[in-house]
Design a protein around this ligand. Structure first.
Ligand code: SF4
Length: 508
């Protein structure tokens, strides 16, 4: 199959896959924006391009409620570097926040930074969205024909317009009406003048959880953000559910739940377990740490480490690519050592967490410099030894190649690369930022592992099978299922124009 073209943006990074966003929301807390700030801090791994918070000062003694906003390009720490932004600007008792890595809309367009805030005939409205809609063109054309003027180039803005234009009477029905028109992946917080809503698509593609701290209600993409503010995890926002929190909820301690559509099989993003979510989070009802260890265990069962050539040889070093493969490597090692006592878990790669700009002209050298500033080897650990390197994924292969080059400088005897995911062969349309299909190394070699191994320059290369990956993840509910489309091209949610795109990409 020859890949002709694929329209998707490319980007410059040492990993090449990005989760697009983290969302967070708080209701009924005098420090709502401070809690949201900490929540976003814990969700920083889900988006490092921009961050923002909208807070709401509720109606008081006849003074109408007021929405405050602060957002900018950059990390959470820098966007909210001035304390006064949280204490003097973002006043209020409820707030929603967002960390962004763009998947639709231009990443450097400041208008595209969320949360979005609008004022419509029924008051204020703000929205934070994680995921991607899959009928964006249809909705955009429909709204445009009705005279809508867009402020951004994102899919998320469309939802605000649908809500504002809905002819339904009350806000709940406006939301139900709006979400009946959208398809795709969405975990969304919506703030109004007196309510906070959380809504999740019927397939539950992206994670979304619900917690409480004291008498306050909290929503978050991942549970690690509940932990940072000492909130108690209550449950997931269920696929296809709309949760409403209002003043009555504060009195009763109970959320109100509505259904946006019938729910079939869930299609959780399996990549959340492989790479995106933090290992200290619980997503899709299971601890990421536990699942990631099982993934590593299954990898060891499918592809054990090599054996020593002789008694004098050093033990085989099993090393992780920090931080994303740390947990899976433990799972790999703990299983492999049961049958091979001549292996040792080692820290052979050190990662710097303080990688900023690299002052080199754009192009390959820049990427090389970025890898070098991010990783270094512990030469004594690697030198003159067979090394098993466990990594979570290979995307374009650029980073893997540079990493292998780096490891080779420490002069190992052999490098055996074990990958905790199957080959990535197709982009994600549900909220992850992948390069184009033609840029994926697996496609460049027609999924020929030997060809990829040769290009990467390693002694051996092994990818976890899709079967063993699916065997590693939990099935806690009869409805539980997973999206594996980036490994299988089997897209569980209809995508407008997909057949045409596939035809263009894969025509011989
Ligand atoms: S295509 Fe891949 S990254 Fe996207 S939702 Fe499916 S499994 Fe996740």
């Amino acid at each position: 199959m020859k890949i002709k073209k694929f329209k998707n943006k490319s980007f410059n990074s040492t990993k090449s896959i990005h989760s697009n966003c983290g969302v967070f929301g708080v209701y009924n807390n005098p420090d709502a924006s401070v809690l949201t700030y900490y929540g976003l801090h814990a969700l920083q791994h889900r988006g490092q391009e921009a961050a923002g918070i909208v807070s709401c000062e509720p109606e008081h003694k006849g003074i109408k409620s007021k929405f405050n906003i602060h957002k900018d390009l950059g990390l959470v720490l820098s966007v909210f570097a001035d304390d006064k932004i949280l204490t003097d600007v973002l006043k209020g008792t409820s707030a929603i926040g967002h960390t962004r890595y763009s998947t639709t809309g231009s990443g450097d367009n400041k208008n595209n930074i969320q949360p979005f805030k609008v004022n419509y005939k029924d008051g204020n409205l703000a929205l934070s969205h994680n995921g991607n809609l899959t009928n964006t063109n249809f909705l955009r054309n429909k709204l445009q024909n009705e005279g809508t003027i867009f402020q951004t180039t994102t899919d998320s803005e469309l939802i605000l317009h649908l809500i504002a234009k809905s002819r339904e009477e009350d806000i709940v029905n406006k939301l139900l009406d709006s979400f009946s028109q959208v398809t795709g992946a969405f975990s969304i917080c919506i703030l109004t003048d007196d309510k906070l809503f959380a809504v999740r698509d019927p397939h539950g593609v992206r994670p979304f959880c619900f917690g409480k701290v004291d008498n306050s209600f909290v929503f978050s993409s991942e549970t690690c953000a509940l932990d940072i503010i000492n909130a108690e995890y209550i449950r997931e926002v269920n696929p296809g559910e709309l949760i409403m929190i209002d003043r009555e909820s504060v009195t009763t301690g109970k959320e109100k739940s509505f259904r946006i559509s019938e729910v079939g099989q869930y299609k959780h993003c399996i990549f959340e377990y492989i790479y995106f979510s933090r290992p200290d989070s619980t997503v899709f009802g299971e601890k990421v740490d536990k699942v990631r260890r099982k993934i590593g265990k299954n990898l060891a069962l499918e592809s054990p480490p090599p054996v020593k050539d002789n008694e004098e040889e050093k033990k085989i070093g099993v090393i992780n690519v920090p931080d994303s493969s740390n947990t899976a490597t433990l799972g790999y090692f703990n299983e492999a050592v049961k049958t091979n006592k001549d292996i040792k878990h080692e820290i052979g790669l050190i990662r710097s967490h303080y990688v900023g700009r690299t002052f080199i002209q754009p192009g390959k050298d820049k990427r090389k410099m970025k890898v070098k500033t991010k990783f270094n080897t512990v030469k004594g650990v690697i030198n003159n030894r067979k090394i098993v390197v466990v990594d979570d994924s290979i995307v374009r292969g650029t980073t893997s190649k540079l990493l292998v080059e780096l490891i080779k400088k420490a002069e190992p005897k052999e490098i055996h690369l074990k990958v905790t995911s199957p080959p990535i062969i197709s982009p994600c349309y549900y909220g992850m930022d992948f390069p184009s299909a033609e840029e994926l190394i697996a496609n460049q070699h027609d999924s020929n592992v030997e060809g990829i191994r040769e290009e990467l320059g390693v002694t051996s290369l092994f990818y976890l099978s899709t079967e063993k990956l699916l065997d590693s993840v939990p099935y806690s509910d009869p409805k539980t299922g997973y999206c594996t489309a980036c490994f299988t091209r089997d897209y569980p949610i209809q995508i407008e124009g997909l057949e045409k795109m596939k035809k263009e990409q894969f025509d011989d």
